[in-house]
Design a protein around this ligand. Structure first.
Ligand code: PLP
Length: 401
């Protein structure tokens, strides 16, 4: 990837400006909006130029599995937002998680991860990596004593998600990063729930941050995408880039273009998501007839103080537990009329899901119990509709239960 595209003066801009303008690279047609380069390959003026490009003597685009101008604009804008020099976009969030981990571990290595993970992340850590001889240790994320014990031996990588899906438990990134670095591990944080705007894992000691851009970055339910970000030039150059180039999780330029345009409105949307989600959490907490209401912004959240320390706001996801178990949860979900039933999140549309039977169905009942996913638990991704309409819908559905 031509480096100059990542170094166009964004360092002096504030976040909202970086979101609108970071990474923009105009073609010779001087278009206002970022161009969509739907091309797999590139042409050379001469055989000599092709040779020089492949040798690395000149920096230019050679093949879209390696780099593409629209994808590079998306990567540069997201890197500018995160405040790090390196970003690699991938076809999905899971491709980003897998590349971030698989590029750096080998047989005999150890990986320590939090137990409460997005279902497919759990599958990679607990099932795929062990098949290649990587030993995985799972710990309860909020319990620092467990991290300390697990990181008493040399470790290659630490993987965690905070807030975690769907129970919104919070992990102390700075404390875990400190323990991890003493064990020689690189720390990978899945920052999807917080978004780059609410939590800055690199500033807290993380080495690598991964996103499912499918969620808030697109935020409009249109496409899949992912990204791996780092400030570690050695990791990027010797591990991540060769892995991505040669294994091929490249994102379509079209999807990168949607995500690039999604970033322009990210701050506006995330602000509204958080305001709406906080209002829903307060309304649910005020009812008194629910077993648990989980939202990092509520003072009743078990790690509220930590959430305040490492996040700017509580995020867009609220979870709660109905006393009547699965039948009550299903009655609630089936009574919703505005909010859609869907397992996606971070969308403009408010969405509701039943984690125990959908996103976390593959876990055993014991594994679900260990991370607090009960049969009465419902997860709400609060969207951008009028807050009165969202709350009215939730109230009428709870009354129907
Ligand atoms: C959705 C999600 C992923 C996976 O992203 P895809 O884009 O669906 O592949 C990974 N981690 C978290 C926390 C997610 O919410």
């Amino acid at each position: 990837m031509p480096r100059d595209l990542t170094e166009v003066g964004w360092a002096n801009w504030r976040q909202a400006t970086r979101l609108v303008r970071g990474g923009t690279h105009r073609s010779r047609f001087d278009e206002t909006s970022e161009a969509l380069f739907m091309t797999s390959g590139y042409v050379y003026a001469s055989a000599e130029e092709a040779e020089a490009a492949f040798k690395g003597d000149i920096q230019r685009f050679v093949y879209s599995r390696f780099a593409n101008p629209t994808v590079t604009m998306f990567e540069s804008r997201l890197a500018a937002l995160e405040g790090v020099p390196f970003c690699r976009a991938t076809a999905s969030g899971m491709a980003a998680v897998f590349a971030a981990l698989a590029c750096m571990v080998k047989s005999g290595d150890r990986v320590v991860a939090a137990r409460a993970l997005f279902g497919s992340c759990h599958y990679i850590v607990a099932e795929v990596l062990p098949r290649f001889g990587v030993r995985t240790v799972l710990v309860d994320g909020p319990d620092l004593a467990q991290w300390e014990a697990a990181l008493a031996e040399p470790t290659a990588a630490v993987f965690l998600e905070t807030p975690a899906n769907p129970t919104l438990e919070i992990i102390d990134i700075a404390a875990v990063a400190d323990l991890a670095h003493r064990a020689g591990a690189k720390v990978i944080v899945d920052n999807v729930f917080a978004t780059p705007l609410l939590q800055r894992p690199m500033a807290l000691g993380a080495d690598i941050v991964v996103y499912s851009a499918t969620k808030h970055i697109d935020g409009q339910g249109r496409c899949l995408g992912g990204a791996v970000l780092t400030g570690d030039g050695d990791y990027e150059e010797t591990l991540l880039v060769p892995f991505i180039r040669n294994t091929g999780p490249a994102i379509s330029p079209f999807n990168a273009w949607l995500l690039l345009k999604g970033l322009e409105t990210l701050e506006l949307r995330v602000t509204r998501h958080c305001d709406n989600a906080a209002a829903v959490a307060n309304d649910l907490a005020g009812r008194g007839d629910l077993d648990r209401v989980l939202y990092p912004g509520l003072t009743t959240h078990p790690q509220h103080a930590l959430a305040l320390r490492q996040m700017r706001a509580g995020g867009s996801i609220v979870a709660f537990e109905l006393p009547g178990g699965k039948p009550a949860a299903y009655r609630f979900l089936n009574a919703l009329s505005l909010i859609d039933l869907s397992n996606n999140l971070g969308d403009a549309k408010s969405l509701a899901t039943h984690p125990a039977t959908t996103t976390h169905q593959r876990l055993t009942p014991e594994e679900r119990a260990a991370v607090g996913i009960t049969d009465g638990l419902v997860r709400l991704s609060i969207g951008l509709e009028d807050i009165e309409d969202i709350i009215d819908d939730i109230r009428q559905a709870l009354d129907a239960v």
